[in-house]
Design a protein around this ligand. Structure first.
Ligand code: KIV
Ligand code: ZN
Length: 555
């Protein structure tokens, strides 16, 4: 079996950066267990390379990458034909300095196929104003740091940040130095989503033609979506010879996001005769992976999002429905089943036992220990009592809600609400402090029942924040559906800023999601999850500063 980053002539490698660039989306903070579960699902989806994080950001980030490397990075998997396949390459991001490269190497080295991904900006604006380095200093740093990374690891990716706005001649020089120093993949980022497809395609073509050694390494495209052109630019790059694409599920990422995995993969699949290229993606896993990423990051998918939006396969207009009934191909260029979408089906009933439940959960791709299984099974039984039809979507929602919780400082014990047309909404909330076991009860009044509950919680958990988003959805159709509440809270400005790997200030947002047939309870759970993430991040930041890791701790 070969190294999964060796590219066959008719293949495009899929490098997924959901856990690194995707996690840089405001509010998309993931805990380690969620990252692990997403990484497992990415392996099942068939991605070739998983960028698992930015290990130098904090001890927590390093630990998460290491855990992914030592589990998902060594476990054999099945390819789309059901044959045994190599584990994915696990990559860790590092700025071009020894401290970052050492942290990345420590984190990825347990993987069977580790990769260090190091980067340095090459545009005049970044060199002058951000790095405060001369072009010659940048060239020398690339030579030294790519060489240093290569002395540790055989698989090195180098990215000239802001390549899209860099002088092409300078770029060829830097890239040739990176190749000579040992880079095996050259990734070309359009960091600010500035280029057009024609320009970006030409840039990739010119790099291949003008950079000594470029035809012996893999050229990769990394596009951002500021002008809505990320997918078009990435496909243009592929047509100019790029054989690795850097993508995220649902296109999440900084600002307007990154190129979306599902769009590029399905474009290559549906328009195979145009591109004549293939990927290793198991397309039937796309929907499940997209759903998992949305659930854990709290980044809700817009209904009209290509491929994975709720309306992507819905045909409402009468004229469309008529055509669809006559022949599906009139308005459908791909089948919903290709991305793993099937009509929600009854998976289990209220008489199903724990064993049948475990078998079903494992078939759905979750690995729960006995304690976790007990929790989710209990929730399933409660739900089956209230709701006639329990679907796979319900079960996925329960697993997300019950198992992948952040480390909890406060646990919701009870919530009780009184409201109505002539009443002041009043809530009584009981929380348990998980460290001391102490239960605290408080009341709150508000403009509505959710406001009252949140005020009651705030009196107990002293964590100043501003609620910036509140969204209620139903997990499935019908009046008895589970309510699914997603919220986002922001930390007040004076203490809420951190930095990305590229050194940009980033306001700290925390998302929370709660599932319950009662939407007030779901709202309380969502708020508790966001608050617990906020408290855990404050603890982690404090410990990072205490051990001298404080400068730009958050990616
Ligand atoms: O957008 C960008 O330039 C990046 C690099 C770190 C590859 O994410
Ligand atoms: Zn990026």
């Amino acid at each position: 079996m070969t190294d999964p980053s060796v590219v066959a002539p008719d293949k495009v490698l899929i490098f997924d950066t959901t856990l690194r660039d995707g996690e840089q989306s405001p509010g998309a903070t993931l805990n380690t267990q969620e990252k692990l579960e997403i990484a497992r699902q990415l392996a099942r989806l068939g991605v070739d390379i998983i960028e698992a994080g930015f290990p130098a950001a904090s001890p927590g980030d390093l630990d998460a990458v290491k855990r992914i490397a030592s589990t998902v990075g060594v476990e054999p998997r099945l390819d789309r034909d059901g044959n045994p396949a190599e584990p994915p390459v696990i990559a860790g991001l590092a700025r071009a300095n020894k401290r970052d490269i050492d942290a990345a190497w420590e984190a990825v080295r347990p993987a069977k196929h580790p990769r260090i991904h190091t980067f340095l900006a090459t545009s005049s604006i970044h060199m002058e104003h951000k790095l405060k380095m001369t072009p010659d200093q940048v060239v020398e740093t690339v030579r030294e740091m790519v060489g240093y990374a290569r002395s540790l690891c055989d698989n090195i990716e180098f990215s000239p940040e802001d390549a899209g706005r860099s002088d092409p001649r300078f770029l060829y020089k830097v890239l040739s130095v990176a190749i000579a120093a040992g880079a095996t993949t050259l990734n070309i980022p359009d960091t600010v989503g500035y280029t057009t497809p024609e320009e970006f395609g030409r840039l990739i073509y010119n790099i291949r033609e003008n950079t000594p050694g470029a035809k012996n390494v893999v050229i990769s495209a990394h596009c951002h979506n500021d002008l809505g052109l990320a997918t078009a630019n990435t496909l243009a790059a592929v047509q100019s010879g790029a054989r690795q694409v850097e993508v995220t599920l649902n296109g999440i990422g900084e600002r307007a996001g990154n190129t979306s995995l599902e769009e590029v993969v399905m474009a290559l699949y549906v328009r195979q005769p145009v591109f004549e290229l293939d990927t290793n993606i198991v397309t039937q896993e796309i929907h499940r992976t997209s759903d998992m990423v949305s659930r854990y990051t709290g980044m809700v998918i817009q209904p009209n999002k290509a491929i994975v939006g709720a309306n992507a396969f819905a045909h409402e207009a009468g004229i469309h429905q008529d055509g669809m009934l006559k022949d599906k191909r009139t308005y459908e260029i791909m089948e919903a089943e290709t991305i793993g979408l099937s009509h929600s089906k009854l998976v289990l009933g209220k008489h199903s036992g724990r064993h049948a439940f475990r078998v079903q959960i494992e078939k759905m791709g979750y690995h729960l220990d006995n304690e976790e299984l007990d929790k989710v099974f209990g929730r399933f039984k409660d739900l089956a009592d209230k709701k006639k039809v329990v679907t796979d979507s319900d079960i996925e929602a329960l697993v997300g809600d019950e198992v992948f919780q952040p480390q909890e400082t406060w646990e919701l014990v009870n919530v009780q609400v009184q409201c109505g047309s002539n009443l002041i909404p009043t809530a009584v909330v009981t929380l348990r402090n998980t460290a001391t076991g102490q239960e605290v009860t408080e009341a709150g009044f508000g403009t509505g029942p959710v406001d009252a509950v949140y005020k009651g919680i705030n009196r107990i958990v002293q964590a100043p924040n501003v609620l910036t988003e509140f969204l209620v959805q139903a997990v499935t159709e019908g009046i008895d559906a589970n309510g699914d509440v997603t919220i986002r809270v922001a930390v007040p400005e004076s203490r809420g800023y951190s930095h990305t790997a590229q050194g940009r200030a980033r306001r700290r947002l925390f998302s929370g999601r709660g599932i319950d047939t009662d939407i007030i309870v779901a709202s309380a759970k969502a708020y508790m999850q966001a608050l617990n993430k906020l408290l855990a991040a404050q603890d982690e930041q404090a410990s990072a500063v205490a051990i001298g890791e404080g400068e730009t701790t958050q990616i």
